[in-house]
Design a protein around this ligand. Sequence first.
Ligand code: SF4
Length: 158
Amino acid sequence: MILISACLCGVNCRHDGCIIENEKLQKLVSQRKALPLCPEVLGGRSVPREPAEIVGGSADDVINGFAKVMDITGKDVTDETITGVLYVVATVKKLGIKTAILKTKSPTCGMGKIFDGSFSGKLIDGNGILTAALLKEGIDVYTEDNCAELVKKLLNEE
Ligand code: SF4
């Protein structure tokens, strides 16, 4: 069993209310090889919702209380984000999950690049808060951009 960002496999949990269909990733879920979770919704945020970015530091800074997650209206959504991340990390540990496929660029699920906190569309190096927390737990994190080989293997297509 792997963890997957729920929005990558047809779940309506994105901030903009759009649904992403991905046949292979949805197949992983239907075969019970992937568990789809959305940390932001699990933390209590709605669908749709205002987009949010990490402001004033990195994901680790948010975890350590030195930076915040703010939405585009200036509302502080750090607590909801951290609540959802803690829930997902606890679930991953309980189920012994060792691998995740997460959505790029999200302040929560992003890996490698995230938006810079100015809501101007500028990307910077960094991870989302869930990604940072999972990496600390030794979880292998892939994104929708580099998971093709892993997915093929999980679906026994090679
Ligand atoms: S990127 Fe993560 S937090 Fe954002 S909608 Fe997808 S699963 Fe939820």
